[in-house]
Design a protein. Structure first.
Length: 432
């Protein structure tokens, strides 16, 4: 037991250290992040020390079970393909520029437009993609217009990590936890959609209160260029995104797994887009850039963390922890929220899936999903997107420190978590 705990703890500390300080090395012109290599090294140690056997790996990765991490990765990456393709087509940049121009010189109107836009796009895509796409854009127009970027970049981050709870594909942690306990697309949406709406509106109210002073100032001159858009590619992406969502809803209704549907429509989106680009005598940059921008390091990272949790299970650690935590949605919600900020939301989700056991109360399952999303708002360590978000801000020479993040994060995430868990309690109480 001690060996598995030590390996897990050292691996998690190494991962967080690598993420916070952006440790990487170069292979040619490509930057390779160190965090996933640390995770893989920790997983290999569990095999070398005999904590995880080859049979354990085979049973986990190559058997037809709901918690198979390979299926979860296929589902997430397939949805991400469509989202990234829409970004490459210029769709996100185009509608963001339109929203900014419609705001005129009213900062509050601008904030509401961007919050609404980020929220809607997050619901139908995923939080990570929206954060990585919109943060540079917001920093660009803030600098050009000489306005304080803090309300906009933090509001965007809050919106993306709140509205990502709406559908199961909004966050890889949603997919992992829901799939592990057989929560299908429709059942998930029936419970989490109204809870997410409550959470998203509450978050908006808190943000408007926190940033009321900077948002009351007029905009001197709003300067933003209309982003170029490939209209044909955007239409292809939107159509296949809609078909994919409808397909997954139908699949869950008839008892079919979601990952083959996502894989099918993700592949068809790129194939049809490639055919159309060739027919219009355009290069394949949109396709190649989409494939390049996919979060490939997430694959070894998730698989490695999965093996680390298996080692904790085999040594009895997870059983011991599970017996110490009451099966209560408020307890699991706050525990998972704190867990995100101790060792990141993906390792937390893998660990808590094991802690919940074979037949947990569904309220606790949903509360862990809530914790995995809102945990990102407390500190940048809470999610990989938070660290990437901080790195983007740093690259643009904007001063937004770890302590500044925590100041705003504590003010919004703690009351928001309480309200959201309360909403979940009443949703389940009244059979929503």
């Amino acid at each position: 037991m001690v060996t598995s705990i030590v390996i897990f703890a050292l691996t998690v500390l190494g991962v967080i250290f690598s993420i916070v300080f952006g440790l990487h090395f170069k292979i040619g012109k490509t930057n390779v992040s160190l965090y996933w290599i640390v995770a893989v090294a920790g997983a290999l140690c569990t095999v070398l020390f005999g904590l995880v056997t080859i049979e354990d790996i085979r049973a986990s990765f190559f058997t037809n079970t709901a918690v198979n991490p390979l299926k979860i990765l296929v589902l997430f990456l397939s949805m991400t393909v469509i989202s990234v393709f829409l970004d490459e087509a210029g769709f996100y940049g185009h509608i963001a520029a339109v929203a900014v121009k419609r705001a005129g010189k009213n900062q509050k109107k601008l904030f509401l437009l961007l919050y609404g836009l980020v929220s809607v796009l997050t619901v139908f895509t995923s939080n990570d993609i929206i954060i990585l796409t919109f943060t540079p854009f917001i920093l660009y127009f803030s600098q050009k217009s000489d306005i304080d970027p803090a309300p906009y970049i933090f509001g965007e981050f809050v919106a993306a990590n709140t509205w990502s709870m709406f559908f199961v594909f909004g966050n890889p942690t949603n997919i992992y936890i829901a799939t592990a306990f057989g929560v299908d697309f429709v059942t998930y949406a029936i419970v989490m959609a109204p809870v997410t709406i409550l959470s998203g509106l509450t978050a908006l109210g808190i943000l408007l209160l926190i940033f009321r002073k900077p948002l009351s100032k007029p905009i001197g001159s709003l300067m933003v260029e209309q982003a170029p858009e490939d209209r044909v590619s955007s239409i292809i992406g939107i159509v296949f995104l809609a078909l994919c969502i409808v397909g997954m809803a139908i699949a869950s209704y008839v008892g079919f797994e979601m990952w083959p549907i996502a894989l099918l429509f993700g592949a068809l989106c790129l194939i049809l887009a490639a055919i159309c680009l060739k027919a219009r005598h355009k290069d394949m940059g949109e396709i190649s850039h989409t494939i390049k921008k996919l979060p490939w390091p997430l694959i070894p990272f998730l698989l490695a963390m999965f093996l680390l949790i298996i080692s904790l299970e085999r040594s009895g650690v997870t059983e011991l922890l599970s017996s110490a935590i009451p099966d209560n949605l408020f307890v699991y919600g706050f525990a998972s929220f704190l867990g995100c900020n101790i060792f990141n939301n993906i390792p937390m989700s893998v660990l808590f899936t094991s802690l919940l056991g074979a037949s947990p109360d569904l309220g606790s399952v949903y509360s862990v999903i809530i914790g995995s999303n809102l945990g990102a708002l407390f500190t940048p360590v809470g999610a990989l997107a938070g660290i990437m978000w901080m790195n983007i801000i740093r690259d643009h020479s904007i001063r937004f420190t770890f302590l500044t993040f925590m100041k705003y994060g504590a003010a919004i995430s703690l009351p928001l978590l309480a309200v959201t868990l309360g909403g979940l309690y009443f949703a389940l109480l009244f059979g929503i």
